[in-house]
Design a protein around this ligand. Structure first.
Ligand SMILES: [Zn+2]
Ligand SMILES: [Zn+2]
Length: 405
C-alpha cells in the first residue's frame, strides 16, 4: 500500500495547478476589469493589474511545471563511475579502508596486492541494485533511487529537488510571494470587512449556531478552536453570498486569497532556509543529518553523565552522520599512483565559502532571478558526477587545484 506521502504527492501538484489557473482567471477577467476598473473607477490600474497577473501567474506555473515534469531518471548517477575515476587520475570520494576491507571480504575479492586500492560507494537499496553512488548523491526513499546532488524530495511538485534544478526552485520561491502579495493586496481590506460580517452573522444565525458551534465535533474536524472559528466564518460567508450574490467578495475569492497568503508565507520561509543551506555549502539533507548528529550527541552525553549505557545502534547511526570522508588522492610519486586519505573536520571538503558555495549552485550574478535563465542554470552533470573539492580541501590533501594557475 502506498505511503501517506505518496497520496500527498498525487494531490498537491494538481491542486496547485488548479489554484494557479483559477486565480489567473479571476484576476484577469474579474478583479482587473470588473472590480478595479468598473466598480472602483481606476481604469489604468485595472489594466496594469490584469497584465501583471497575465505575466506573473503563468511564469510561476511554468517554473512549477518544469520541476513537476522532471523525468524520473533526472540526476540519476550512471551505473559505473566515469573513466577518470576508474583510472584513478582524479581525486574522488571513496569508501573508508574498513568499508573497503569488508566489501572485499564479502565479495571474495581478497588478495594482498589490492591493499590500498580504492573502492567507490555503491547503493543496494530500492531500485539502485549496486549502482555507483557518487559524492553528494543520496538515496531518495520516495523515488527508490539515488540522485546526484540530492537536496530533498519535495511534496509540492512530487519530485526530487537536486542541485542542477535548485536555481529553478529558488526562482519559483522568489517570485511566488511578490506575485501573491501584489495581486491580492487590493482585496485585503474589503475581504476582511466581509469576513468580520460573516463571523458576526455566524454567531447570530440560528442554524449555524446549532449545527456548527453547538456541534461538539466541530472542534475535532477543524483541528481545534481556531479552525472552529474559520469553519464558522466560512458558513457565515456562504450565507451572506446566498443573500447578496457575493460578487467580487464571494467566499471563493476569500478562500483563494487565504490560501495565497499561506503559500506566500511557506515559500518565503522555504526560500530563506534554502538560501542559507546553499551558502553554508550544504544541501538540505546535510543540514538534517547535522541536526540529527547534534541531537544524538546531546542524548549520548546525557546518558553518559547519568552513568547509563549507550545503545550501540545510536553510536553506529552517529558514525554514519559524522562528517568524516575518505578520498582517493592521486600522488604521482606514490607507489600506487596515489593513496586513500581521510578528511575530517571543518571546513568540510566541499565548503568553498559563502560566495563560492552560492555561485557553484546558482551561477554567477543575479541571472537566476529571471525564470528563463534560472531554468538553464544550475550545476552541470559533469560537475555533479564528481563534486569538486574546495581549494582549501585540495591544499589540505596536498593536491593543487586543477583550475589554479
Ligand atoms: Zn540508492
Ligand atoms: Zn525523490
Amino acid at each position: 500500500m502506498p505511503r501517506p506521502t505518496w497520496w500527498i504527492s498525487q494531490v498537491i501538484p494538481p491542486a496547485l495547478l488548479t489554484y494557479f489557473g483559477r486565480t489567473l482567471y479571476i484576476c484577469f477577467n474579474e478583479i482587473g476589469p470588473s472590480y478595479l476598473s468598473a466598480a472602483l473607477g481606476y481604469r489604468s490600474l485595472g489594466r496594469i493589474y490584469s497584465l501583471t497577473s497575465l505575466i506573473l501567474i503563468p511564469s510561476i506555473s511554468i517554473l512549477f511545471l518544469k520541476l513537476y515534469f522532471l523525468p524520473s531518471n533526472q540526476s540519476l548517477p550512471p551505473r559505473h563511475p566515469p573513466a577518470s575515476i576508474t583510472r584513478k587520475s582524479v581525486v574522488f570520494e571513496c569508501l573508508s579502508p574498513a568499508e573497503t576491507k569488508a566489501v572485499r571480504e564479502a565479495n571474495d575479492m581478497g588478495g594482498d596486492d589490492d591493499d590500498g586500492e580504492p573502492l567507490v560507494n555503491r547503493c543496494w537499496r530500492g531500485k539502485c541494485g549496486g549502482r555507483w553512488k557518487p559524492a553528494r548523491a543520496r538515496h531518495c526513499s520516495e523515488c527508490g533511487v539515488c540522485r546526484m546532488g540530492f537536496d530533498h524530495h519535495c511534496s509540492f511538485f512530487a519530485n526530487c529537488l537536486t542541485a542542477p534544478h535548485i536555481p529553478t526552485f529558488m526562482c519559483l520561491l522568489a517570485w511566488t510571494p511578490p506575485t501573491i502579495v501584489s495581486l491580492s493586496s487590493p482585496l485585503y481590506a474589503p475581504l476582511s470587512r466581509r469576513a468580520v460580517q460573516a463571523f458576526r452573522l455566524s454567531r447570530t444565525d440560528e442554524a449555524i449556531r446549532t449545527w456548527w458551534y453547538g456541534w461538539p465535533w466541530s472542534w475535532v474536524v477543524t483541528g481545534g478552536p481556531v479552525g472552529r472559528y474559520v469553519g464558522g466564518i466560512t458558513l457565515g460567508w456562504k450565507q451572506l453570498d446566498r443573500v447578496d450574490g457575493g460578487g467580487m467578495m464571494r467566499l471563493e475569492v476569500g478562500i483563494l486569497v487565504g490560501v495565497g497568503v499561506c503559500l506566500a508565507l511557506i515559500t518565503t520561509a522555504l526560500g530563506v532556509a534554502t538560501a542559507r543551506v546553499i551558502m553554508d555549502g550544504h544541501l538540505t539533507i546535510d543540514r538534517e543529518r547535522a541536526r540529527s548528529l547534534a541531537r544524538a550527541t546531546d542524548a549520548v552525553n546525557a546518558l553518559r553523565k547519568a552513568g547509563k549505557p549507550v545503545p550501540p545502534e545510536t553510536l553506529q547511526a552517529m558514525d554514519r552522520w559524522v562528517d568524516k570522508r575518505y578520498f582517493w588522492a592521486p600522488y604521482p610519486a606514490a607507489p600506487n599512483g596515489g593513496r586513500v586519505v581521510e578528511y575530517a573536520g571543518q571546513p568540510g571538503p566541499y565548503d568553498r565559502g559563502r560566495r563560492g558555495n552560492w555561485e557553484l549552485i546558482m551561477g554567477k550574478g543575479v541571472g537566476w532571478i529571471f525564470p528563463w535563465t534560472a531554468m538553464r542554470r544550475g550545476i552541470d552533470v559533469e560537475t555533479a558526477l564528481n563534486w569538486p573539492l574546495s581549494e582549501t580541501a585540495l591544499e589540505r590533501l596536498g593536491l593543487t587545484s586543477p583550475t589554479a594557475h
